[in-house]
Design a binder for this molecule. Structure first.
Ligand SMILES: [Fe+2]
Length: 276
C-alpha cells in the first residue's frame, strides 16, 4: 500500500523522505564507518580498485573543481587481487546493504510510480544488479579553493536515474524548488529519494528531475563531508548528452517547465546497461 503522504510530499517538494526503522539506521552508519576506514588506507591500496565501467575507486585532485574521492560499488563488483581485510569488509558490507535495502527501494519506486502515473517498479527492481552504492567524500579545503568554487562542493545539476540518499555527515545539501535553493538537512532515520531525468521522462514531466547542489560550510571546510547514495538507472532511454552535459543543461531547473514533447526529444534509446 503506497503511503499517500509520500506521494503528496514528492509532488509538493520534488523529493520525499521515507522513515525507516532503527535497524536500517544502524546498517547505514556502520557502513559509513567502513567507508571512512577504507579512506584512511594509503592511496596505493585504494588505487587497486581501478575505476572502470563506473565502478571502483575514483580520486579527483585538488586542482579539479570537485576535490573528492568516491567509490562506486555494485553487487557484482569483483574484489581485486591483494585486497586488504579492510577492503573486503567494506565491500562485503556494501553488497549486503544493497540486498537488505531492496524492500525500501521497492517502496520508493512505488511512490514515484503512483505520483508519476507510470509504473517504473519492475524496471527499477529488474536493474538490481546495476544499482550503484556510491560513497563520496569531499576533502577539507582551503579558503582559496572554496572561493574558487563559489562555495560549492557539488555544482547544481539533475541526476540521470532515481537517487536515494542514505547517509550524510554534514549539512550543505540543497534542492532547487519554486525558484529557491532549499536546504535539506541530514536525517539518519529517513531515506531521501528524488527522480532524475529518466523519471521525468516516464512521468510525462509530472515529476521533474530534481536540481540539487552541495554548498560548503565552516564544518565541511574543516572536516570534509561524506555522503552515501544509491543511484538506480532504469528504463529504455537515456539523456542524450549531445544536448549538453547534464550539469550545464540542467543546472537551474531548465527542465522544470519544459513541455513534454520538447523534453522527450532530449533522449535516445539506451545503448548500454543502465547507470544512474
Ligand atoms: Fe546528484
Amino acid at each position: 500500500m503506497v503511503n499517500q503522504q509520500h506521494i503528496n510530499a514528492i509532488t509538493l517538494n520534488g523529493y520525499f523522505h521515507m522513515r525507516h526503522n532503527v535497524a536500517y539506521a544502524n546498517i547505514f552508519s556502520a557502513f559509513a564507518d567502513k567507508w571512512k576506514t577504507f579512506q584512511r588506507q594509503p592511496m596505493a591500496v585504494k588505487a587497486r580498485h581501478a575505476f572502470v565501467n563506473d565502478t571502483g575507486y575514483e580520486y579527483k585532485s585538488a586542482s579539479a573543481s570537485d576535490f573528492k574521492e568516491n567509490f562506486h560499488l555494485t553487487r557484482g563488483y569483483q574484489t581485486p587481487p591483494k585486497a586488504t581485510q579492510i577492503d573486503v569488509e567494506f565491500l562485503e558490507y556494501g553488497k549486503s546493504l544493497l540486498d537488505e535495502i531492496t524492500p525500501l527501494v521497492q517502496s520508493i519506486a512505488q511512490v514515484i510510480s503512483a505520483a508519476g502515473k507510470f509504473d517504473i517498479t519492475s524496471m527499477v527492481m529488474g536493474m538490481k544488479d546495476q544499482w550503484v552504492l556510491r560513497c563520496l567524500r569531499y576533502f577539507p579545503r582551503t579558503m582559496a579553493q572554496i572561493e574558487a568554487n563559489e562555495n560549492l562542493l557539488a555544482v547544481p545539476h539533475a541526476d540521470q536515474g532515481l537517487t536515494i540518499r542514505i547517509y550524510e555527515d554534514g549539512a550543505g545539501f540543497e534542492v532547487l524548488w519554486n525558484g529557491e535553493w532549499i536546504a535539506v538537512d541530514p536525517n539518519p532515520n529517513c531515506l531521501m529519494a528524488y527522480p532524475g531525468l529518466v523519471g521525468q521522462y516516464y512521468s510525462d514531466c509530472r515529476l521533474p528531475a530534481l536540481c540539487h547542489r552541495v554548498v560548503s560550510n565552516h564544518e565541511t571546510e574543516l572536516r570534509g563531508r561524506n555522503s552515501i547514495v544509491i543511484f538506480i538507472g532504469f528504463g529504455e532511454v537515456e539523456y542524450d548528452s549531445r544536448n549538453g552535459r547534464i550539469k550545464d543543461r540542467f543546472a537551474y531547473g531548465e527542465n522544470y517547465l519544459m513541455p513534454v514533447h520538447e523534453f522527450k526529444q532530449l533522449f535516445i534509446p539506451r545503448l548500454v546497461p543502465a547507470v544512474a
